[in-house]
Design a protein around this ligand. Structure first.
Ligand SMILES: [Zn+2]
Length: 629
């Protein structure tokens, strides 16, 4: 859909939807000042922390950090994608959505999908033929039976050079088959031959269940390569597809989690064993595109890999794109040499289910798994010990710091940071400093929308689809510590929405006016830009950043306030913050003075008393002349 048309439709549907009424149908809401409160439908709670703010057309849960606009609510409540939510709310509001405009490119794509669909039918039928006895024996020998083969539309490409080509010749021109990667042109130009011969075929479908290409496994001894994929075509982009996705989607929605492994047979075995939320990469490392796809599906991810060196490295590499896409991830490594298929066959579904319970979170994986921490993009694989050597503690900590720096959501980062400190037995502050040191350089380099998807900050039309991912992913299931100082929160809210407050804080030093690290991170890029976010950028932030929602959900609107008044208000808030900080510092000094007295440390005592006198006079000046500054 054209981005602008999509954007307009979104706006119209949002404007036409009464957020209080929509949510009120599912959640009992009580008015509380200018917002409404209720018990969060997405996490268990006894006191209401679920807030709907009609002024801003947002909802936010202070308990679990979920939130967003009306679309985000429907996506979360009904486990649907953004386009589905858009359609549902458009129907509800009686709005006709613009038809998707078709371009000549779409028709070329359709021809390739059609060619692949015909090929799938041919391969399916071939697997039932007499000639396919060996292929069927191979699959049966590995324990794969109908109906699972039928469910995944597994087929067989016959031996010989032109079975498919001859069968499809009446239906499709050779050029289309060639473009779809089904047949290969002879080197001497004298025609074509079938790409896949005597192989078991796994059709790889898009999310919309169109066949994009095939993975093919050899069944004859010595046939190389063991796995052969369709070549990259306009519709077959391995790095953007997840094998089994259309079949796994209901299971993923139900569980809120996707099991991601590496192989075609793994996926089929997992489904046949009851793990109906399994998908796989097409034999490649997980890509950023695949990670974003998973983020849009609003699921947590469990990486299920072989525990051999290659498997650990693949899992390790998968963490970077997943965390960057805002996905919650855990890792389960099977015993070395076992893939999900072989493990399930030997040990059964119960054993796997048990192991899945103990899958590792990111800090534990980096801390505990052999080899973890050297394979990822963050730290080069050529560490001290070289490839193959177990990383040192220092390398592992560095790797974790690199990974945490990829997480844009400050609250989620904080939770993993705390966990990392636990796992490594480090002071939390040490990790915080390390992560901040990294994060700062990265963030300043790209002002714009500070929290969100990163790659295209604030790009128009993006907020809707990405609110599926970064912001509202069912991630923060634990209690989430929002910065708790109400004065800081109010000041941050004014900075985001009022020109006067922004200017005042900017001239007083910008982000350093804030103690809270998440608030500094949220605001720093705007101070770098020298301007407050525009209304559309606020919308993007609201969709993507739980922190922004938390701030603005409670901020009273001040319509018609002058820039001057807003500046003055901000100045007062900054002053109250400073006063409190001075008082806190004085308390700390008082304690230090008492200790110095007790230990008769005359040198320190004199210095401390002088320092305290200094602070006390600063505090006095401030509180006695609030207007002068
Ligand atoms: Zn909640």
């Amino acid at each position: 859909m054209n981005v602008r048309i999509g954007e307009e439709a979104r706006e119209r549907v949002r404007d036409a939807t009464d957020i209080v009424q929509l949510i009120g149908e599912r959640v009992q809401l009580r008015r509380a000042g200018r917002s409404y409160k209720g018990l969060c439908p997405f996490h268990t709670e006894k006191t209401p922390s679920f807030t709907v703010t009609p002024d801003r057309q947002i909802w936010h849960c202070f308990g679990c950090s979920r939130g967003g606009d009306v679309f985000a609510f429907v996506m979360e409540a009904d486990k649907v994608t953004f386009p589905e939510a858009l359609r549902m709310l458009a129907d509800r509001a009686g709005i006709e959505l613009p038809k998707q405009e078709r371009t000549p490119g779409d028709e070329a794509f359709d021809r390739l999908y059609q060619a692949n669909a015909l090929a799938r039918d041919f391969f399916r039928a071939s697997l039932q033929s007499e000639a396919a006895a060996k292929a069927r024996a191979y699959l049966a020998g590995r324990g794969f039976e109908e109906p699972w083969l039928a469910r995944f539309e597994v087929g067989w490409a016959p031996e010989g050079w032109d079975g498919l080509m001859t069968a499809l010749a009446k239906l499709l021109p050779a050029e289309v088959m060639e473009q779809a990667g089904l047949i290969v042109r002879r080197a001497d130009g004298s025609g074509h031959y079938d790409r896949f011969r005597n192989r078991v075929l796994f059709p790889v479908a898009t999310g919309a269940a169109k066949i994009a290409g095939f993975g093919a496994r050899a069944i004859a001894e010595g046939d190389e390569p063991k796995y052969l994929n369709s070549p990259e075509t306009p519709v077959f982009r391995k790095g953007r597809l997840l094998y089994g996705l259309p079949i796994a989607r209901p299971g993923m929605r139900e569980r809120g989690e996707a099991v991601v492994s590496e192989g075609y047979l793994d996926v089929i075995r997992l489904h046949a064993s009851g793990f109906t939320n399994a998908v796989s990469t097409c034999g490649t490392a997980l890509t950023p595109d695949q990670a974003r796809l998973l983020a849009r599906l609003q699921v947590d991810v469990l990486l299920l890999y072989d525990g051999d060196d290659a498997g650990v490295r693949a899992a390790d590499r998968g963490l970077d794109p997943l965390l960057e896409a805002g996905v919650n991830v855990r890792v389960l490594l099977l015993p070395s040499g076992e893939d999900p298929d072989s493990f399930l066959r030997k040990e059964g579904a119960g054993a796997l289910r048990e192991r899945l319970e103990s899958a590792l979170d990111v800090p534990s994986f980096v801390a505990e798994s052999k080899l973890a921490g050297v394979g990822g993009a963050g730290v080069g694989g050529t560490g001290a010990g070289g490839p193959g050597a177990n990383p040192t503690l220092e390398q592992r900590v560095k790797r974790l710091v690199g990974l945490l720096g990829r997480i844009e959501d400050p609250i989620r980062r904080r939770l993993l940071l705390r966990r990392g400190a636990d796992v490594f037995g480090l002071e939390e502050t040490v990790l915080i400093e390390a992560v901040q040191g990294r994060g700062r350089g990265r963030r300043v380099a790209k002002p714009g929308v500070g929290v969100g998807t990163g790659s295209r900050p604030g790009a128009p039309g993006q907020a809707g689809t990405t609110s599926a991912g970064a912001g509202t992913a069912p991630a923060a299931s634990e209690a989430t510590p929002t910065p708790s100082d109400p004065i800081e929160l109010e000041l941050a809210g004014r900075v985001l929405t009022e020109e006067g407050a922004f200017t005042e804080v900017l001239v007083q030093g910008g982000a350093i006016c804030f103690r809270s690290e998440p608030l500094r991170e949220l605001l720093e890029p705007w101070f770098g830009e020298g301007r407050a976010p525009r209304e559309d950028e606020i919308q993007t932030l609201l969709a993507q950043s739980p922190l922004t929602r938390a701030i603005l959900a409670e901020l009273p609107p001040e319509p018609g306030r002058t820039v001057e008044a807003s500046r003055k208000e901000a100045k007062d808030l900054i002053q109250r913050l400073e006063e409190r900080r001075l008082k806190a510092s004085i308390q700390v000094l008082d304690q230090a003075i008492r200790e110095a007295e007790r230990s008769r440390d005359e040198g320190s005592l004199g210095r401390l008393i002088a320092e305290r006198r200094d602070l006390a006079s600063k505090l006095h000046t401030r509180s006695s002349h609030p207007a002068i500054h």
